[in-house]
Design a binder for this molecule. Structure first.
Ligand code: HEM
Length: 379
């Protein structure tokens, strides 16, 4: 077992053990700032800034990170009591019911295209306050934008696709800017209104800051949630006795989702970190200016931390994981992602009649950061 892997001059330092990752995620000498990363030599995993907006708080260090995150939080609700999320419980169940109703009596379905993909984008629309009549239009911009972040697509020479993504970005930006202007004049009970009119101790957000925060929520929360739901259903179908228990006890979804975040985390690694000082780790000096990759998925299966780490076991007494990261950048949307996935899996278990995997393993996305099936065909 190699605690610090460094294969080539100028390459990233790869960290895979639970306690090292946890420790580094809390170390202020590890920067998330996009400018530091660019100076350290950006690479294909971190990708270009694809939005054209100023860096959002996931790519900033304190104090700017903290200011922007606090403002966003005041609209979301405090981390352990997210009032806006809790109040969405009924809405989330309605969206899930509609999507499952839409599956009808088809003999074959693709859980990704027909359920896991449309669910989070509908939710984020309602959260931000995109009017329902605009949701279909909004989706036509979000889909190519999200697809263009996939390294598979980025590498492709399909210029037409790249152009479509570029157009979609512009249209989405203009649409959101119009909506923000409108919500500034006539605020409603939604996140865009709160972001546009925030006036606390942290000051106000500029139009560009509101836009980059809205796009961050959209992007950070989409594919990740799609993958957690899909990885979840796949894991349950491979563990039929747990699926049956969930059918009988929907409350088990809470433990199932936590164990999934350990066992099959959608975000496999955090590649956007740079050391801003020399760091000693287990006898290795990681020099200032180096890039670091924190492999959350590996930490989650570290035998020094977890008993029988390769077993999916929602009954383990110490359910804990790095699936949402940790420290100041830990997942902002965690309460929403948890609730969405708990409701989705409990309802799928209850409503799908003896579901069966048609392909195991299913086809996966070719993406080192985000892990999840591209399709999940079920009968
Ligand atoms: C940050 C995972 C859903 C918004 C993160 C990080 C991880 C993560 C690992 C840490 C990144 C880092 O340290 O650089 C996930 C997973 C999700 C999910 C596995 C679904 C299962 C969501 C949702 C939203 C969201 C639904 C928004 C509605 C964010 C934001 C950050 C973040 C804004 C940046 C926080 C900061 O820099 O302070 N997420 N996420 N995520 N996530 Fe999530």
């Amino acid at each position: 077992k190699t605690p610090v892997l460094h294969e080539e001059e100028g390459g990233a330092y790869v960290i895979g053990s639970y306690y090292d990752i946890l420790h580094l995620l809390h170390d202020p000498r590890i920067s998330s700032d996009a400018a530091n990363l660019a100076a350290a030599g950006d690479d294909e995993l971190t990708g270009p800034d694809s939005t054209g907006l100023p860096p959002s708080f996931i790519r900033l260090d304190p104090p700017e990170h903290d200011r922007l995150r606090r403002i966003a939080n005041s609209s979301f609700g405090p981390p352990h009591c997210p009032r806006r999320i809790d109040s969405m419980r009924g809405e989330l169940s309605r969206i899930v019911t509609e999507l499952i109703d839409g599956l009808g009596d088809a003999r074959e379905i693709d859980l990704v295209d027909q359920f896991a993909y449309p669910f989070p984008v509908t939710v984020i629309c309602r959260l931000l306050g995109v009017p329902r009549e605009d949701e279909p239009r909004f989706r036509t911009w979000v889909d190519p934008l999200v697809a263009s972040l996939d390294p598979d697509t980025r590498r492709s020479a399909d210029t037409e696709f790249q152009k479509a993504a570029q157009d979609a970005r512009m249209q989405l930006g203009m649409y959101l800017a119009g909506l923000v202007e409108q919500r500034t004049k006539e605020p409603q009970d939604d996140m865009l209104s709160d972001l546009a009119t925030s006036q606390g101790a942290d000051g106000t957000l500029s139009m560009m800051e509101v836009l980059s925060t809205a796009v961050l929520l959209l992007i950070a929360g989409h594919e990740t949630t799609v993958n957690l739901i899909t990885n979840g259903m796949l894991t349950l179908l491979r563990n039929p006795e747990i699926l049956q228990r969930l059918r009988e006890d929907p409350g088990l979804s809470v433990r199932i989702v936590e164990e999934l975040l350990r066992f099959e985390p959608p975000v496999q690694l955090v590649p956007q970190r740079t050391c801003i000082a020399d760091i000693e780790l287990r006898g290795t000096t990681i020099p200032k200016g180096s890039r670091i990759w924190l492999v959350l998925a590996s930490g989650n299966r570290d035998p020094e931390r977890f008993t029988d780490p390769d077993r999916f076991d929602p009954d383990r007494p110490d359910i804990e994981h790095l699936g949402f990261g940790s420290g100041i950048h830990s997942c902002f949307g965690a309460p929403l992602a948890r609730l969405e996935t708990q409701i989705a899996l409990a309802e799928l278990a209850r409503r799908l009649d003896s579901p069966r995997l048609l392909q195991d393993p299913p086809p996966y996305r070719q993406n080192a950061v985000l892990r999840g099936p591209r399709h999940l065909p079920l009968a």
